[in-house]
Design a protein around this ligand. Sequence first.
Ligand code: ANZ
Ligand code: ZN
Length: 815
Amino acid sequence: SDRYEAQQIEAKWQQKWDAAGIDAARDDDDRESYYCLVMFPYPSGNLHMGHVRNYCLGDAVARYKRMRGFNVLHPIGWDAFGLPAENAAIKHHRPPAEWTYSNIDQMRSQLKRLGLSYDWSREIATCRPEYYRWEQWMFTRLMEKGLAYQAEAEVNWCDPCHTVLANEQVVDGVCWRCDTPVIKKNLKQWFIRITDYAEELLADLDKLTGWPEKVVGMQRNWIGKSSGAEVSFGIEGSDETLDIFTTRPDTLMGVTYMAVAAAHPLAQKAAENNPELAVFLDECSRISTKEADVETMEKKGMATGFHAIHPISGELVPVWVANFVLMGYGTGAVMSVPAHDERDFDFARKYGLRIQQVIKPADGDWDIESAAFTEAGILINSAQFDGLASADAKQAIIEWLSENDKGSERVQYRLRDWLVSRQRYWGSPIPVIHCQDCGEVAVPDDQLPVILPTHLQPTGGASPLNECDEFRHTTCPKCGKAAERELDTFDTFMESSWYMNRYTSARNEQAMVDAEAMNRWAAVDQYIGGVEHAVLHLLYARFYHKLMRDAGLFTSEQGGDEPFKNLLTQGMVLKDGTKMSKSKGNTVDPKAIIENFGADTARLFTLFAAPPEKELEWNDAGVEGGFRFLKRVWRLLERLDLCEGEDEAAAVKQVRRTIHATIQRVTHAFEHGFAFNVAIAALMELANALQDYKPAGTSGKAAYREGVEALATMLAPFVPHFACELAERLGMAEIAVVAGWPEVDEAALVQDEITLAVQIQGKRRGEIIIAKDAGQDEALAAAQADDSINKWLDGMQIVKVILVPGRLLNVVVKP
Ligand code: ANZ
Ligand code: ZN
């Protein structure tokens, strides 16, 4: 039959593409290469609409680039370690490996059903030893360089379950399993020194001209560079100093009190014989120290009884504990300048502390009783620094402090080192052996990978690795004595930080990556994924890429300094105005759409309904509209042999102009910003134009065929099965997805133009150039648009307009 049968067509073409191997990236090829990457999924079991959107965007880009003659790398894999697998294992009493691999199988077939053109020969699953062995290898290199180290860090701890809890497992302050309040506990954990790369990570943001500005800004904030000074205050009656970090050394003479974090040693010491203070410190230790929360919570404090000695004036100022001072930033202590900082101002008002103005606006006065003056200005009440502008005063004061050994210039980052240990089972083992005599010993290369035993059954308590004797007990690689393995596993961000580079030589058994392959493919030309990864994943991946470069795996020339040249962050998929999510019960199952309408309709809708970076609101009518559009295009085939009369030059010209204007618009969408919604709208207009067009004569028929062929070809990146079927029926190159992209015929875009003389009141006043078939109104508008002509028309009343086609425009006016 000749109906559009999506299921049948899609099965047919998927088989053909597979057999022809057109989706594979070639390592032995001198076409220009293009690397298109979508964020790999966590194998939760089912594809959701967010995945579908992400992967349809990536597939459109990859297919377009192939049609343009590029050698395209478009890989996929599985971010397969993580907590959900453990939770599922507890629930279903099956080891997490089983759950994970069967989910992967299911989701792989869903991806294939969508007709996504991945190079399956490079598929990776991060839970396989062939993959994670290399991040273990890398970690031991980092240990050698001192870039990986152990330190104490706070974790969520449940006493009855005797286990560490991930943040997601702490629900309203209690354990998700046993409802016991969660306590904080310090454990020795592994860190990677990302702070050593803070400056490069910041500086290289300037290279990311193909990233959304918003994401670059978020990365910049996260790294959070502040320049200022570290200043040492004396402590009355003590040899110790109270060191602070400030971005405003110019306000130093306005310090009227100091504030320290509850966990600061001075606060702890003060609480030793002050029970009331001890209670306050305890209260502070229970509340969140997340910065966002600190900003909004009520500011509270208490005096410690200590006094600090001002480094310049020698004046004594009281030391307070304040709940808004973070222990983890700077030195955990601040100099408080209420006259010039709003937070300090409010705090001083609340507790009756002195306010001393030391900066005034350059052009006037300021009423310091009513508000803090937080801007730069001119120094007052600042002894020898009076009269200096803030910027100069910063330098002068830092100089004075340096000379007098009371402080120095200092740069501070908000970025913390990367905590990579997790007290979990389903992750890559950390390749370390603890020996009583030798300490922490890296597992040598010839003993890698440290393979995770996959048969263990998590119970929800401590990681089953802890009870797995055959894993736990080993011998020290250095001295040969009995020793124990590290039982923590890596944070799963470790796996997702380097997968983009692994795809370039996914089956490499000799090395983490191959320099030649990096040279061919890296960096990723286009990365596409959710904006929820704007900070951590992208930052860790940028960092890891630099670590790989510095481990000598590739040079800057081969692999670049940055892993992703261009980034597209797609918007969320919404339904009824809220995010589609399982917990809200408002999900749309891609499977149902594919079964009802076919993969091509699902693809078309997700690309057509919204610009890629905007939210996509689900609507069933839109899906049906997409399906109807495909059926309309299908019916264009029926009229290929139709001929409804004589050649009509003007009609042919017009339809060819529409065809080539569409090629121009769709090409533009691919080359600048991926506005596929606009591109598809243009294709719909072209389909309408062809539907309305009556092919007449030989040239009319040819134009109609040209239009249908162009339409089929340009639809290929979006609805590839459908497009291939059309192409086949049109007798075009059989597999349209690798056939060339249509070229714009510039001549077809040109409208025929003529020159007309313009007469006003019978006098020749100039010439206009207009379309040959332009009417009187267009001609008059063109005359008015020309200043040298319009000055004779301006302010006059137009009485009469006469157009002598091909010769003259005559205008009669009166004042
Ligand atoms: C005195 C001062 C006067 C400050 C003034 C500001 C304005 P960023 O830009 O975030 O680096 N600060 C320092 N360490 C802190 C901590 N651990 N917890 C809370 N606040 C801390 O901000 C640095 C400024 O934040 C520092 O400069 C310090 O207050 C405060 F008119 O010092 B400032
Ligand atoms: Zn040893």
